[in-house]
Design a protein around this ligand. Structure first.
Ligand SMILES: Cc1cc2nc3c(=O)[nH]c(=O)nc-3n(C[C@H](O)[C@H](O)[C@H](O)COP(=O)(O)O)c2cc1C
Length: 367
């Protein structure tokens, strides 16, 4: 089974450990970070969205120009862009990057954050709109003829798209942990994004997504590929890694307020966000789950975005990642707390052994 690695895009040197309040984008840093991901053979970088944060499309185009293989996942909330405009913007980025554009849809986990940009639909309606939106984008990418749309959320006449994705279409990802997220992602997504939960809960979520795909009439060969997200804290030995984890936690607690106002907010606070609520519920059960899944980083940041750590030596991190591969995860998102240095560490000490182990397994199955 092919396994691919994802990181998150950081546009400047601000981190959760050393936040720089209101830091502007730093083009040199952005390019250096993206080139490191490319050189160390990460497959994707997610360009996140938040109502107060940088524009993912221009950031993504800058990354595309500076890299060769790295795929660019644009996080997109449907309320922020009319679907025909989004279809062309994504296809433009796809052409600029020779077929490296991916879109990650966010229905919106917080009424308050949606309202900041004029969106007053409730969550159920936001998911219904997302479903319509994905169908429009697919049609716009694939339809040779002009078409009309007369839906509940969008109506237009005679839209004709001349901006085609390089490979005919663009991979569509959906993230979330609510029933609506499973239903719509299961029915329509190529990729389904999850935050790092223990193995048992991850398996339950994967089963729900696969069941939703089956209910929508998709055969097993066409189910969404599963993406799971972690924040590894690695060091040469287990002992050093745990010391580092506690130093990281102390810094997160000390910086909590400034980090939340200046960092790349990967999700709104967990008021109505089922994924965040699940992380906090699991955190209440104990600090360590399974091999090395560590939850104090979740509690310290109030589960604001992907926040479950994996702590240990490169061997422990490799084995933990392989546990999720065994459950069916094909996309592994890893980002740390010391953003650039951690990405380089993963590129040196995590990606190669995981890939090596998978190659050995493949050779073993073939023999
Ligand atoms: C892998 C992944 C990446 C995400 N990236 C973002 C993001 O960039 N911006 C954002 O507002 N929400 C992001 N989210 C959050 C969810 O998409 C969002 O909260 C969802 O709309 C509501 O989740 P729920 O259905 O579980 O309540 C991400 C979620 C996942 C799993």
């Amino acid at each position: 089974m092919p396994v691919e690695f994802i990181s998150l895009t950081f546009p400047n040197a601000s981190t959760e450990l050393n936040p720089i309040a209101n830091a502007p984008i730093d083009p040199e840093y952005l390019v250096r970070y993206a080139r490191n991901l490319d050189d160390y053979a990460f497959n994707y970088t997610l360009v996140p969205y938040d109502s107060s944060y940088f524009d993912p499309f221009t950031t993504g185009a800058t990354i595309a120009a500076a890299t060769k293989n790295l795929k660019i996942i644009i996080a997109l909330r449907p309320n922020t862009l009319y679907p025909t405009v989004a279809a062309k913007a994504l296809a433009t980025l796809d052409q600029l990057s020779s077929g490296r554009a991916v879109v990650h849809f966010i229905a919106g986990g917080s009424d308050a954050d949606q309202a900041r940009e004029g969106d007053f639909l409730n969550k159920e309606q936001r998911y219904a709109r997302l479903e319509e939106y994905i169908r429009i984008l697919r049609r716009a990418w694939e339809s040779a003829d002009p078409f009309d749309w007369n839906g509940e959320y969008y109506q237009f006449k005679g839209f004709s798209n001349k901006v085609r994705p390089v490979n005919g279409t663009i991979p569509v990802s959906v993230g979330g942990s609510s029933d609506d997220a499973y239903r719509i992602g299961g029915a329509l997504a190529d990729i389904f994004g999850l935050w790092g939960e223990p193995l048992k809960e991850t398996k339950e979520q994967i089963d729900r997504i696969y069941a939703a795909a089956a209910a929508a009439g998709r055969p097993e060969s066409d189910r969404p590929r599963i993406w799971v997200t972690f924040r590894p804290i690695i060091a040469e030995t287990e002992e050093l890694a745990w010391e580092k984890a506690h130093r990281t936690l102390d810094a997160l607690k000390a910086n909590r307020a400034p980090a939340q106002s200046s960092g790349p907010a990967a999700a709104p606070p967990p008021v109505q966000n089922v994924g965040s609520q699940r992380l906090l519920d699991i955190a209440a059960r104990g600090e360590v789950q399974d091999r090395a899944l560590w939850y104090p980083t979740v509690t310290a940041t109030n589960a604001r975005g992907a926040s479950t750590a994996l702590v240990g030596s490169p061997k422990t991190i490799k084995e933990s990642i392989l546990d999720y591969v065994d459950l069916g995860a094909e996309l592994i998102s890893i980002r740390g707390y010391d953003n650039l240095n951690d990405a380089i560490d993963y590129g040196r000490y995590v990606l190669p052994p995981v890939r090596e182990a998978l190659k050995e397994r493949e050779a073993h199955y073939k023999a």
